[in-house]
Structures are given as C-alpha cells and as structure tokens.
Design a protein around this ligand. Structure first.
Ligand code: PDD
Length: 286
C-alpha cells in the first residue's frame, strides 16, 4: 500500500507528495523536525514533541505553520489514513520557498509543512533482546544541538563509521573525553551504586522527550539521577548502559568500543526502565 503523505494542507499519495527545489531545507538545511511514536494507533508524548517543535522554530525564527491543535488533527488523520498501529509520524517544518540567499527571506514567508508515517515494530525489537554495541567517535557537530534541525549529515557519517567498525551505533564524545549523546539518541550509564548518569541539558545535546520521561520515572523508582555526564572509561566500568529516543524507547547498550558493559548482556535495570516507560506511554498516549 502506498502511503498517504501530508504536504501543506493536502493529503497525497506518496508519489505525488512534492516540495519545491527552492525550499530552504533542500538548499540550506533550513528546517526542523519531530518524530512521534505511535502505539496502538495513538501518539506517545505528543505534547512534549510539540513543545520542543515550537522551541526549535522560535530559536530559528521560523513561523509556526499551524497551531498545536491543528498539528494534532493532522497527525491523527495521517495515522487513520495509513492505518498505522505501530510506528512513527515524522513531521518537518522548513522556512519555506525563496530564492537562494544566506539571509532569511521575509518573515511572512509561508513555512513548508510535511508529515509522513513509517510503519515499524517499536515494542518487539531484536536490538532490545541482544543489546546494542556502540563505537565512540568525536562529536564535531555544530554548537546548537538543542535545536532539532534536519542537518543530520554528521550523525549519519558517524553511524556509517560505527557500522564500518562493526558496531550498531555511535556515541559522540566531546573534546574533554565526555560522552554527549548517541547519533540519534540520548546516552546513559548505571553505576554500581545505582546512579543513572547522563549529560545535563544544554546546547551540547538534544533535549530528548523520552529522556524527560525516563529521568522522571527512574527518579520515582529510587534511582539517583546524576547529570554530571560520563567519560568513555567510566562507561566501560558501568554495570549497565542504555540509550533513549522516541523510536527506541529505552534500549540496552552492551558493549563500547568492543569492551563489554557489565555482563555484556542486557541488564535487569534497563529492562525494567523500558517496561515502565512503555507502560506509561500506553497509559498516556493520545
Ligand atoms: N532522534 N539526541 C539526538 C541527536 C536525536 O536525534 C534524538 C532523536 C534524541 C532523542 O530524542 P527523543 O527522545 O525526543 O526522540 C537525542 C530521532 C528519533 C530521529 O532523528 O529519528
């Protein structure tokens, strides 16, 4: 079945869904996006994704293309038209269509709004049973990683390099040797004294919507949340490690640069955090 894609007010068969070659996202990477997970045909953490979308748009002075209520209606209509039970909705907003220029076009330029669905298994995944291996690579992305822009070339290069090294994904490391985040996820370790360590929110990382929920749920479970960040040797000495993102939820990391983390198999604490997060998501999805 060909998907139905939303482009600027129209629901179109994917072959007919097109944007201009003069779109600023095509020419300048001038756009932002969100990925919202769908479980049982409902949207997980929708309000959080919309809050971050507005923040990204505000930081870049791009006009919001629609109200949150309208965006919710479009998400739901797309889920309905594509009979999506489990997967994701991808949303992209660009600054719109204008002659190529480094200066932004006038503020009243109409932003481009595109949404599409992707069917995928998010609950049952081989990566969760097996655990992920990661390779560490220097974080050479730009300095505003808190804005969820479509400039994803380095994360893509890093993931390719990780694959070439035989790993599933990359963990990116700053110039002081501290892990920032994964190529498309937030990174955590669990220490022998039951601390969950991750990077503090700043312009260095994306403010994960899943991160916010998982940190809250982990604190309710009695974990101490340490936002001081961690080095690669600290990660290798951890009892467990994991990542979070909208599509991976909580997924164990079992090896770093070929060194096993803890037993080298998915850990009990990570499994429990995943289960709690999924239960909460199923309870609160809209
Ligand atoms: N990636 N860090 C980066 C660099 C990301 O790209 C993502 C999300 C996250 C996790 O954020 P959230 O929990 O809100 O999904 C952290 C999405 C899923 C993607 O690009 O496909």
């Amino acid at each position: 079945m060909s998907r139905i894609v939303y482009v600027d007010g129209a629901y179109l068969p994917e072959a007919d869904a097109k944007v201009s070659v003069f779109d600023r996202a095509f020419l300048m990477g001038d756009g932002v996006y969100e990925v919202t997970t769908v479980l049982e045909g409902r949207l997980v953490d929708f309000a959080g994704h919309m809050r971050r979308l507005i923040r990204s748009l505000t930081e870049l002075a791009i006009r919001p293309p629609a109200t949150e209520e309208e965006l919710l209606a479009i998400h739901r209509e797309l889920v309905r038209r594509n009979e999506l039970d489990e997967g994701i909705v991808y949303l992209q907003v660009t600054r719109g269509v204008a002659d190529r220029d480094f200066l932004y076009p006038p503020a009243d330029t109409r932003p481009t709004l595109v949404l599409f669905t992707q069917k995928m298994a998010v609950l049952e995944r081989e990566s969760v049973r097996r655990g992920l291996s990661v390779a560490t690579l220097p974080d050479i992305r730009w300095g505003r990683r808190d804005i969820k822009t479509v400039q994803l070339l380095y994360p893509s290069m890093a993931k390719m390099e990780a694959k070439a090294r035989g790993a599933d994904d990359a963990w990116l490391v700053d110039t002081e040797g501290r892990v920032t985040e994964g190529s498309s996820n937030n990174a955590y370790i669990i220490t022998p004294d039951r601390r969950i360590v991750t990077r503090r929110l700043s312009q260095d990382i994306l403010h994960g919507i899943t991160r916010a929920s998982v940190v809250r749920l982990a604190a309710e479970e009695g974990y101490t949340i340490d936002e001081g960040g961690f080095t690669v040797p600290e990660a290798k000495a951890a009892t467990e490690a994991f990542i979070t993102s909208a599509s991976s939820f909580v997924t164990p990391v079992v090896s770093i640069d070929g060194s096993p983390v803890g037993t080298g198999t998915p850990g009990e604490a990570t499994r429990r955090l995943r289960d709690i997060y999924i239960a909460e998501s199923l309870r609160t999805a809209i």
